[in-house]
Design a binder for this molecule. Structure first.
Ligand SMILES: Cc1ncc(COP(=O)(O)O)c(C=O)c1O
Length: 377
């Protein structure tokens, strides 16, 4: 039985007391997924990609949820992108046929696990170092499998990725000589552009990043290494990167759940499908204290979380407390519920075991978040 099926069954069993409860009755803090909203976001993005030359390869580090990944595939995504080896194993095992680990992996246990999985699944991994190429090839040989690789180019973010097209060529030449690896193309994620709130500046920076990537793709092609796939982009740049006819796929992920950070980047495009439900545990003057702090809501990114309703200003997050100030007496009292919109969705999801899945504001299912944390599933 696939791990995702087994964990889903056990999650439903463990949280069965929550099934059938209304939105405001779930035990807090709780990660709520409004399924019709997520479905609308998936449909909206799928429709946008029907108009764009690129394909959509959603990044699933956002939700770590095989059920959501399946919905994205059914809506037309070509596969998924992952951030970790463990996510890659979960998604492959759950039946996603084309999984990209859009990241470098060097830990020997993870490399071995990936290569074992590649016996049965189509797995592609990003590389930016000759030693890593050799290690992946050797591990794939031992496992009797074959990995596909995308050479990652740094297009301005300064994270992973070779810095120049000449360095990319050296890697392509090394991959070419390896029996258990095959060269699939290039990746150039313009993460630095996602941080740019000004749309015009973001447009210009994204064009520059895309140009650098396409320039390297052309350079490799001129030297005998044509790219079948060129992968880039995220929710903040999908409409720019996805419109570039030379980029074959976009790794947007956050559009499905949304959060404050991405809401500012693509206003109006997608709705908030995920919130954290909290309970008022103290009411002091014009301040409410909720039972959802840093251990329930990711606050580690640029944009702080917001109260979905009622209007109040989130002042501070402690480990288990969220403090909300109002201009007058708070509209909620002890035991009342409030919902928080994550500042950044991916780090919020990672704090929870499960999504409580809502339809018409009633919990209809419990979907596991796998794998949670940095760890193995
Ligand atoms: C390599 C890579 N691709 C794509 C994304 C997707 O970004 P988003 O969730 O903003 O759509 C990320 C996010 O960090 C990423 O690191």
């Amino acid at each position: 039985m696939p791990l995702a099926v087994d964990v889903h069954r056990r999650s439903r069993e463990r949280h069965r007391d929550q099934l059938g409860r209304s939105r405001g009755e779930v035990t807090t803090p709780a990660l709520l997924l409004d399924l019709p909203v997520a479905q609308r976001n998936i449909r909206t993005m799928a429709e946008k990609f029907r108009e764009l030359p690129a394909e959509l390869r959603p990044h699933i580090k956002v939700h770590k949820c095989p059920q959501l990944a399946q919905m994205q595939i059914e809506a037309g995504a070509v596969g998924v992108a992952c951030a970790t080896a463990w996510e890659t194993l979960v998604m492959s095992d759950a039946g996603v046929e084309d999984v990209l680990l859009a990241n470098e992996v060097t830990d020997p246990d993870k490399v071995e696990a990936l290569c074992r999985a590649a016996r049965e699944h189509r797995i592609t991994v990003a590389v930016d170092d000759l030693r890593n190429v050799d290690a992946l090839d050797a591990a794939a040989k031992r496992a009797g499998s074959r990995l596909e690789v995308l050479i990652e180019l740094d297009v301005g973010m300064g994270r992973c990725g070779v810095r120049t097209k000449e360095d990319a060529l050296v890697i392509a030449e090394r991959v070419e000589g390896r029996e258990n690896l095959s060269f699939r193309g290039m990746q150039g994620y313009e993460g630095h552009c996602m941080l740019e709130p000004d749309r015009d500046v973001r447009l210009a920076e994204t064009h520059r990043a895309n140009e650098k990537l396409v320039g390297a793709v052309d350079y490799l092609a001129q030297h005998g290494y044509p790219s079948a796939d060129v992968s880039a982009g995220g929710t903040g740049t999908y409409f720019i990167t996805g419109a570039n006819p030379r980029i074959t796929e976009v790794q947007a992920g956050s559009y499905v759940l949304m959060d404050c950070f991405h809401g500012n980047l693509v206003p109006g495009g997608f709705e908030i499908a995920m919130t954290v439900l909290a309970t008022v545990i103290s009411r002091q003057g014009n301040t409410l204290v909720l039972d959802a702090g840093r251990k329930a809501v990711g606050i580690d990114f640029v944009t702080p979380p917001l109260l979905a309703y009622p209007a109040g200003e989130v002042r501070y997050y402690a480990e288990e407390h969220c403090l909300v100030d109002f201009s007058g007496p708070p509209p909620l009292d002890l035991g009342d519920r409030a919902e928080l919109i994550a500042g950044y969705g991916p780090t919020t999801v990672n704090l929870h075991d499960v999504f409580y899945v809502l339809e018409d504001d009633v919990v209809v299912d419990v979907w596991p978040v796998i794998p949670r944390g940095p760890g193995r599933p």
